[in-house]
Design a protein around this ligand. Sequence first.
Ligand SMILES: NC(=O)c1ccc[n+]([C@@H]2O[C@H](COP(=O)([O-])OP(=O)(O)OC[C@H]3O[C@@H](n4cnc5c(N)ncnc54)[C@H](OP(=O)(O)O)[C@@H]3O)[C@@H](O)[C@H]2O)c1
Length: 420
Amino acid sequence: MGLRAVCWYGERMSKVEVVRTSSRPSSDVRGITVLGATGSIGTSTLDLIKRNPGRYRVESISARRNAAALGKIAREVGARHAVVADHSAYRELKDALSGSRVEAAAGEDALVEAAQRPADWVMAAISGSVGLKPTLAAVERGATVALANKECLVCAGGLFMRRAATTGATILPVDSEHNAVFQALCAGNRADVKRAILTASGGPFRTWSKEAIKAATPEQALRHPNWVMGPKVTIDSATLMNKGLEIIEAHHLFSLRSDEIDVLVHPQSVVHGLVEFRDGSVVAQLGSPDMRIPIAHCLAWPRRIDGPAARLDLAALRELTFEAPDLERFPALALARRAMETGGAAPTVLNAADEVAVSEFIAGRISFPAITVLVEATLDAAGGRGLLAEPAGIDAALAVDHIARSLARDLLPEIAVKAS
Ligand SMILES: NC(=O)c1ccc[n+]([C@@H]2O[C@H](COP(=O)([O-])OP(=O)(O)OC[C@H]3O[C@@H](n4cnc5c(N)ncnc54)[C@H](OP(=O)(O)O)[C@@H]3O)[C@@H](O)[C@H]2O)c1
């Protein structure tokens, strides 16, 4: 007998229950699709697949325009299908695949098709809201979806969870904090959960003064102390917006209210998430800061596979420290919580404005504090225009996303001056 987690996402609440099922025969080969295969999460997923020969069969992989890397991965893992979202990279992909039997495709519709192809398990690791449609396509056919793309839950979390409940899709959280909470939740019943705690490294500016943070450069913000990640999520870790987005994700994944989700700054990034139960027990998941741990957990679910991450040596670490987040130096965290509590399309607007703000900061056009100022101003402007009603579907959520981006761009000149 093995353990299989079944996530029921009902209208009223979601719960993670652990039920006993017979284990899969060891000869089972799991069909895998990796959306965002050339990125940080995608390459970690493929690394695990390569380290476990014979266990997985790669159906489809995708990238935006990194055709050479995608072609190389397709050959290495024997993928059946490879997609670049950007049509202009199609020729390069065809060339990279010439002489192989890998089918090549291009365009956003082809991304959706990739998610619809027969694979038991889909890694949703495209960055940004462009990941919504392909991920929903995997949910619609009842697949097991390892969800890394935050935007699915932040922009349209209610919709994703309702569709998963209807289609029987299983959503496995890849984000290390949610994966940790997911593992900890398996220690008890959902009804006995008092709160979940997400940990945050605090980012590169954890100990910086407000004045110093004001002058932070993109190079400094991109230097994360513990994790190697894509640029957007790395900047979001520096502002703590990432933790704010994660609060919204946890709300949808585990049906927790705002007052049931706490954040603790934990600079060592060893304890990733904790769950407190009504009897006072606190169950935590620990591991070295390597995304291959939560990815391996999702990849092998409901079993375990050998993982290549460095083993945790607690004696060598000597101490694990925790502190409350400083909302004054890192206002993005409170802003994201406010958007979650407002509900409707507020998180969608928050996320869209943040994407604009982060790319403007990386390009050197706005200051570090202006990221949060711009997001707040966009939320206010969207509220003033009555744009915060719950989007009825993905297209409505994407329309709000689109409007929020243009609102944010319109506000840029004013914010750049104000926050300089
Ligand atoms: N990295 C982490 O540790 C981490 C942890 C938790 C959650 N996440 C979340 O996981 C997602 C992926 O993060 P990441 O760090 O792996 O990002 P990343 O390194 O920037 O990789 C993004 C991937 O998505 C593809 N992509 C980007 N824009 C696209 C578009 N418009 N259309 C189609 N494909 C597109 C990229 O292709 P190209 O290579 O061609 O650009 C690449 O394969 C994000 O939502 C992030 O918030 C990441």
